[in-house]
Design a protein around this ligand. Structure first.
Ligand code: ATP
Ligand code: MG
Ligand code: MG
Ligand code: MG
Length: 576
């Protein structure tokens, strides 16, 4: 397809919009990709819509490749399903609520767990039907307190959300892994540099969860990474190493999963209670004990960190018996700094006041918090916690940010803080939503089995802002080819007929060869055309000008700025 600048619905702006603080916002508005309608609400103009469609196509291809099926649910939703799961109230002021003419309560969907669960319940009821993966690419609504940076944090935005439905925890784990793999492939394809960090599950509930963060100083999330290795971790709390940025086969060295059905943390609490391990007193120094457990027949170790008073022994035999049928390995005096995960936070005053309190840190609980179990087992609450330092029993609440310059937990290099944009988020939800609506499948044994769920989001529109953050220079956008609105931007740099005809011919030949062309055939100066070509950011610029009399055109690489003279007759072969 040839897109002619003379008719394209596009007016680029010379000046930065007054409300734009970050490069992606400035450039996407200046280059005419998006236009603001209201805070956090944007229109897509032709070039922007093309990029959006390209990103959507890549997302679809990778979702389809893992066997996910696309459906489309409404954005305008009745209150009832969200009442069943309590989210009508729990979700808070970010949910857009509205009334219809009869006084019925509705919402604009901020995320669709309830509706997907209900949809599956409506169609499937046998173990033979599972697993199933469903997804949609859809407009989401969140009344963000601070809409920001154009499409980066919108109140209306495009998300790909998918949901997996499995009959057991192993199934859920493998569905999660498949989505994780699809995400790595799709973020690689769109040309993003990113890290994967363990995350909190926030309003979703559930357990194991990881975030994909596109590296960018304008991001709102902070993570740490090693100066030497691929280690990266969310600063919020307990994390596992993430793969090298953008790495395809990147797998954390220790992948830690938590599913509600693996009762290890509870069993451990029970064990410590029953075995008279009464926790520590304010005078105690703390010893860190790392317990590695493994369920029979699985290859993955699960890691538990337990803080016990320095002079106590943990009875291994009894522990093993308590964690039956798990296989147990105990590392006393575990050096957290040498282990491939990080436990950070602060010790709350509660833990200090109450001498009977012991704390348990479960690195699988990737919520950024730790369990504190009081002397009374009912006194079971969650605080942020420091572990792997000496415990300071002075009653102060100690801030414990991961500091730049700390040694990297994997032993390679030191940690530096970096910022990232959350572009994707994957959760092993478990049965929170299926319990709420009793989503069961009839098992092989004729008994009903509760289905377990995963949910997986990609910020489709936000990704475009993230790509623009990573791919631009002082002159404009520099799109990676797979998402660019065109492959080649042909500039007609001259008024005479030979130049115009030459540019037309080259464009037609490129088009025939399947290359997506923008042809700048406007009656404006070459200077204006060059500036617009750089602003728009198509990967290759072909300048057809005076050189044509010698039979040459200039081919410029937008990213490097390098120009080469190529004969007009061979330019198509050169570019295809
Ligand atoms: P954030 O922490 O940035 O508020 P979130 O954790 O609330 O995001 P999720 O509920 O995990 O978001 O939604 C899945 C994905 O949708 C996010 O990873 C992000 O890429 C995208 N997303 C969330 N909120 C917005 C928004 N307001 N505008 C654009 N994209 C968004
Ligand atoms: Mg949010
Ligand atoms: Mg988030
Ligand atoms: Mg999130």
């Amino acid at each position: 397809m040839i897109t002619r600048m003379s008719t394209l619905f596009l007016r680029t702006l010379r000046e930065d919009p007054a409300d734009a603080e970050v490069p992606s916002h400035r450039l996407l508005v200046r280059a005419g990709y998006v236009r603001r309608v209201a805070p956090g609400i944007y229109s897509w103009l032709p070039l922007g819509l093309r990029v959006l469609h390209n990103v959507e196509r890549i997302v679809r291809e990778e979702m389809d490749a893992i066997g996910a099926q696309e459906i489309h649910l409404p954005a305008l939703l009745p209150k009832e399903p969200y009442e069943q799961t309590n989210r009508w109230t729990e979700y808070g002021p970010n949910m857009f609520r509205l009334r219809d003419r009869k006084g019925g309560d509705y919402l604009l969907g901020p995320t669709h767990e309830e509706l997907f669960a209900q949809t599956v319940k409506g169609e499937y009821n046998s173990y033979r039907d599972f697993p199933v993966y469903l997804y949609q690419i859809q407009t989401k609504y969140r009344d963000e307190e601070r809409p920001r940076a154009g499409i980066l944090r919108g109140r209306e935005f495009v998300m790909k959300d998918s949901y997996s439905f499995d009959l057991d925890d192993d199934g859920l784990r493998s569905s999660y892994e498949r989505h994780r793999g699809a995400y790595i492939r799709l973020f690689d394809r769109v040309g993003l540099r990113y890290v994967i960090v363990a995350a909190t599950s926030g309003a979703m509930g559930g357990s194991a969860s990881e975030e994909f963060l596109a590296e960018s100083i304008t991001g709102e999330d902070t993570f740490v990474r090693s100066t030497e290795s691929g280690f990266a971790a969310n600063v919020e709390a307990v994390t596992t190493p993430a793969p090298a940025a953008g790495s395809v086969e990147g797998k954390p060295a220790a992948e830690v999963h938590h599913t509600p059905d693996t009762p290890t943390i509870e069993t451990l609490v029970d064990f410590l209670d029953s075995s008279g391990e009464r926790g520590f007193t304010a005078a105690d120094t703390l010893k860190n004990v790392l317990v590695k457990t493994r369920q029979p027949g699985t290859r993955e170790w699960e890691l538990l960190a337990v803080g016990v008073p320095g002079d106590r022994e943990v009875d291994m035999k009894r522990l093993e018996a308590a964690l039956e049928p798990a296989e147990v390995e105990l590392l006393e005096d575990a050096d957290f700094a040498a282990n491939p995960f990080l436990v950070k936070g602060y010790v709350g005053p509660k833990a200090v006041q109450d001498n009977g309190v012991r704390y348990l840190v479960d690195p699988r609980i990737v919520t950024g918090t730790a369990w504190v179990t009081g002397a009374d087992k009912a006194d079971h609450h969650v605080v942020d916690l420091v572990c792997g330092r000496d415990f300071t029993p002075d009653g102060t609440v100690e801030a414990a940010d991961v500091r730049e310059g700390d040694p990297s937990p994997d032993g390679n290099g030191t940690l530096e803080a970096a910022r990232g944009i959350e572009i994707g988020h994957i959760f092993q939800l478990g049965r929170k939503y299926t319990d709420a609506i009793s989503l069961d499948a009839l098992g092989q044994d004729g008994k009903p089995k509760r289905v377990t769920m995963g949910s997986y989001g990609v910020g489709v529109s936000r990704m475009i802002a993230a790509i623009a953050e990573q791919h631009h220079d002082s002159s404009g956008l520099v799109w990676p080819r797979e998402v660019a609105p065109a492959d080649v931007h042909v500039v007609v740099a001259g008024k005479d007929d030979t130049v115009r005809e030459g540019a037309e011919r080259i464009s037609a030949e490129l088009d025939e060869a399947g290359v997506r062309v923008i042809l700048d055939d406007r009656g404006v100066s070459p200077g204006v055309k060059f500036a617009d070509a750089e602003l728009v950011g198509v990967p290759t610029i072909v300048v057809v000008g005076k050189g044509l009399t010698k039979g040459v055109v200039e081919v410029k690489d937008r990213a490097t700025g390098e120009g080469t003279e190529v004969s007009a007759d061979s330019v198509v072969g050169h570019l295809v």
